[in-house]
Design a protein around this ligand. Structure first.
Ligand code: GUN
Length: 311
């Protein structure tokens, strides 16, 4: 990993290069598993409905899996599918020995309760790490060894990236902006596990700016375009921008033209940060690489193979 341009010399952290390197390691592991055991890790990606953004995410996940040598299978259910329908698909996939990872793309249509679906996925196939068994294991720090947690992909990628850039994170002040189940909460757990001093801030936090200014590591995951400004940043801090916000393009006269921005005002903070992930090209590609890594981990766990270490 050390030959990548993501070291302390470059302020802009190259998420694409990091993701590519992780995808390569995953692909190599997939080859080894096939050669040694004749097993191909299998990932089921389930999409209910036709949400355009979800369709793109799901397609990208499937393509990335195939590229890494993972057998990806797509399952499409109509927007009006019932919860029972989806539960019966999940139960089929739980029982399928060729499927090691199950991902049900969120959000789901209104008639389906996401927690019921997530709770029905076999925890060892839960490559999203959203099942209560996995969130519970993560919260007690059971992230390696037998019966370890499957860890949600975005925070897992953020921790890998931070460790590759900063080394040991112990003792660092980390502020996580956002408390979602998908990013904020698991991110905080992972940083606690890495012996950081962790503060979780959110929309009701008093004086967000002051709290963020003490962060050596700031992870922004609130879904508010360009919310974090230069005066929220401790000089030299490492900033991980998880936000993906679509806003009207600033440099175009066409009112229909949009652009993607993060939760951090990149231009405003670039001079003061030690490092920052851009949007796009930062955390996004790493999340998909971590999904592939989790699928391989799941396949190894289910077959009693040694769990890979991606460092
Ligand atoms: N929708 C947005 N992010 C995610 C994710 O990480 N996993 C799933 N399953 N759905 C999502």
């Amino acid at each position: 990993m050390s030959n990548l341009n993501i070291g302390p010399d470059s302020k802009v952290i190259d998420g694409k290069a990091f993701a590519e390197s992780l995808r390569e390691r995953v692909a190599n592991k997939v080859k080894m598993i096939k050669a040694d055991h004749g097993l191909i890790p299998g990932l089921a990606v389930v999409l209910v409905g036709e949400d355009p953004a979800s369709q793109i995410y799901v397609r990208n996940k499937g393509q990335a899996a195939e590229k890494a040598g993972i057998r990806a299978k797509d399952y499409r259910l109509s927007k009006s599918s019932s919860e029972e329908n989806l539960l019966s698909l999940v139960s089929e996939l739980n029982a399928d020995p060729l499927i090691h990872g199950i991902l049900v793309q969120l959000p789901l249509p209104r008639q389906i309760d996401p927690s019921t679906i997530i709770g029905a996925i076999d925890p060892v196939k839960d490559v999203d790490g959203f099942h209560e068994i996995n969130t519970g294991r993560l919260s007690i720090g059971k992230i390696t060894g037998s019966n370890h947690a499957m860890i949600p992909c975005t925070p897992l990628g953020c921790r890998m990236l931070l460790e590759s850039r900063l080394g040991d994170l112990a003792g660092l002040e980390a502020v996580v902006l956002g408390r979602s189940n998908i990013v904020g909460k698991p991110m905080a757990q992972l940083l606690i596990n890495a012996s950081c001093t962790v503060t979780v801030a959110h929309s009701k936090t008093k004086d967000l700016k002051k709290i963020c200014r003490r962060a050596d590591i700031l992870v922004a995951a609130v879904g508010r375009p360009k919310m974090v400004q230069f005066d929220w940043i401790k000089p030299g801090a490492t900033v991980i921008d998880v936000g993906i916000n679509r806003i009207p393009a600033s440099t175009n006269e066409n009112p229909n033209k949009t652009e993607l921005v993060g939760d951090v005002d990149f231009e405003s903070v670039i001079d003061i940060v030690g490092g920052i992930t851009p949007v796009p090209g930062g955390v996004g590609p790493i999340t998909i690489a971590c999904l592939l890594a989790n699928t391989v981990v799941a396949a190894c766990s289910q077959n009693g193979f040694e769990i890979p270490n991606w460092n």
